[in-house]
Design a binder for this molecule. Structure first.
Ligand code: SAH
Length: 220
C-alpha cells in the first residue's frame, strides 16, 4: 500500500529515520513494524501546532483528554502481536482508535483491521484521516469497545489502546485459537500483558510497566 505524502518538512526522510533509529535502540527488531512506522506520516495525525514534535518519543494530546501513544509503545505492541502466537495474523481488532495513527500502522502490517472509538469527534476525524490517506483495509466503528466486537469475531489479534482496571474475560473469548491480545491493565500502576489463546485455554504473560489513558464505558 502506498501513502500519499505531502510536501511539508516534517515528512523529511531524516526526521522519520531518526525515529526508526531510536526505536531500534529501544529494542524494536521486527523489520515489518519498523517499515510501517517509517511509512505512516505520524505528523498528519496530530494538530498542526504539534507537528514538529510528532516524531519525538512522546505521547501528544489529541483533544478530549486523549493522547496519541508514543511511537515506542505502538511499535512494541504491534511487534509483540506479530511475533507471538501460533498463526499469522489476518484480522486484528483495535480498541481505542483515538486519532487513527496506530490503526494506520496496523493496516500496513496486517490485512484486515477493525478499530473502535467511543468519542464521536475522534471517530469522525480518524475515519476521515484514514480515508484521506487512502488506507482502505481499516473499518472504523463508533462504539464502546470494552466488550470487543462479538459480531466480527474471532480475531487473530486484539490490541487495546486504553487501560482497563482488570483483565476482561469477554475479550479473550473473541480470539481465535492461536490468536493473541496485547493490552494494558491496571489503574494507577499499569502493566502491558500478552494473552495467547491455545488449544486448551489461555496463557497470560506480564511484559512491562506502561501508562495509558483509562478505558471508559459508553459512547460520548
Ligand atoms: N491508538 C490511538 C491511541 C488513542 S488513546 C492512537 O494511535 O492515537 C485511547 C483511545 O481509547 C481514546 O481515544 C479513547 O477515547 C478510547 N477509548 C477509551 N475507552 C474506550 C472504549 N470503551 N471503547 C472505545 N474506545 C475507547
Amino acid at each position: 500500500m502506498t501513502i500519499r505524502r505531502n510536501g511539508i518538512g516534517m515528512t523529511s526522510p531524516r526526521t522519520r529515520q531518526r525515529m526508526i533509529d531510536r526505536l531500534r535502540e529501544q529494542g524494536i527488531v521486527d523489520e515489518a513494524v519498523l517499515a510501517a512506522m517509517y511509512e505512516v506520516p505520524r505528523h498528519l495525525f496530530v494538530d498542526e501546532a504539534l507537528a514538529s514534535r510528532a516524531y519525538d518519543d512522546v505521547s501528544l494530546p489529541i483533544n478530549y483528554e486523549q493522547t496519541i501513544s508514543q511511537p515506542y509503545i505502538v511499535a512494541r505492541m504491534i511487534e509483540v502481536l506479530r511475533n507471538s502466537g501460533s498463526r499469522p495474523i489476518r484480522r486484528v481488532l483495535e480498541i481505542g482508535t483515538g486519532c487513527g495513527y496506530q490503526a494506520a500502522v496496523l493496516a500496513h502490517v496486517f490485512p484486515e483491521v477493525y478499530t473502535m472509538e467511543r468519542i464521536e469527534p475522534l471517530y469522525q476525524r480518524a475515519r476521515k484521516k484514514l480515508s484521506d490517506l487512502e488506507i482502505k483495509n481499516v473499518v472504523v466503528s463508533y462504539a464502546d469497545g470494552s466488550a470487543g466486537m462479538p459480531g466480527a469475531a474471532p480475531f487473530d489479534g486484539i490490541i487495546m489502546a486504553a487501560a482497563a482496571p482488570v483483565m476482561s474475560a469477554a475479550l479473550r473469548e473473541q480470539l481465535a485459537v492461536g490468536g493473541r491480545m496485547v493490552l494494558p491493565v491496571g489503574r494507577l500502576e499499569q502493566w502491558l500483558y500478552l494473552v495467547e489463546r491455545t488449544e486448551s485455554g489461555f496463557r497470560e504473560s506480564r511484559l512491562e510497566p506502561v501508562k495509558f489513558v483509562p478505558l471508559l464505558m459508553g459512547k460520548a
